[in-house]
Design a protein around this ligand. Sequence first.
Ligand code: KG4
Ligand code: ZN
Length: 356
Amino acid sequence: MNNRATAFRQGSLLLAIESSCDETAVAILRSGTQIVSTVVASQIDLHRAYGGVVPELASRAHLSLIIPLIEQALDGAGCDHSGRSLDGSDAVGAVGATYGPGLIGPLLVGVSAAKALSLAWGVPFVGVNHLEAHLYAALLEDPALEFPAVVLLVSGGHTLLISMVAPGEYSVLGSTVDDAAGEAFDKVARYLGLGYPGGPAIERAAGAPAGSDRSPGRVRFTPPMLNEGLDFSFSGLKTAAVQYVDAHPEVPSAVVAAAFQESAIEVLVTKTERCADAVSARSICLAGGVAANGPLRELMAQMGRRTGRKVHVPSRAMCTDNAAMVAAAAHYRLLVDGPSPLGLGAVPNLGFPGAG
Ligand code: KG4
Ligand code: ZN
């Protein structure tokens, strides 16, 4: 058994699990960069009726999905259910899982499953910080990414501007002082009756991509804290949208959605450019669920062209929660820090690594 544990090296297979919120995902990577198989099961339909993620329902769904998804990922990688390749040439050499931040029940499902596999297969277990995992999305799709890079990590729970000098070497230069960007999209969408999840709903309602002729014209919300530093605030923008709807019920929700989206994106792009200037970044990366937003992707790419920086915009599937990014982070952590103790628990409020 232990020969599998000691054999983990750069070229080994690593299986990782993501279950921090409402996606159950399993992926197998070779060398931390080659995706051998990746499967994602979204629970969006389960939570839609409630307008948000219901933690208890999420835990139960993860529990029933986790084993079939692990088996599916192993099948996709040409491995049997003990993690050995069918031709006998290879075997999964380590197992990783997101251990925070996220919802406690969902996190525990993934962490427990990963530890069980680690024990059963006699391979190391490694706990992964979900926020760090998002940073690997761009790297996975473009291993030639040039450093220093600035990463805008925008998800349902976080809004961070991170300077990345190399994998594992980060500093947080900006964050939100109140709501996360995705949270604001979700709340405004809910108020406008556009449905869940809010980000895609706002984008759909807002219609045409940025840069096209269609502009909301008559409604504009001031981008919050646009000229101040690298921190963000989205709570005031959310309130401005809500108050506007209350005062102008005759204005179509699509117009308000477009104005909200335009303002939120303007502030995200402007601060990313400011941050890139401050650290003389050679490249800019987008990460997290909000990075699936079409106009944000387009305006960030335009800014990159204007300022002569390469902008890495991962595919939408790589921006939203998936296990390939977790496996990439796990591979790196395992080689640098070694395995995590099996006593590692789920940490719902885990911060960004190195950010206290
Ligand atoms: O990274 P993620 O999948 O899960 C978290 O770790 O939070 O991000 C989910 C967030 C949600 O708030 C969702 O509304 C937002 O990402 N989102 C979007 C879009 N797609 C997802 N926001 C704006 N535009 C989108 N197209
Ligand atoms: Zn995420």
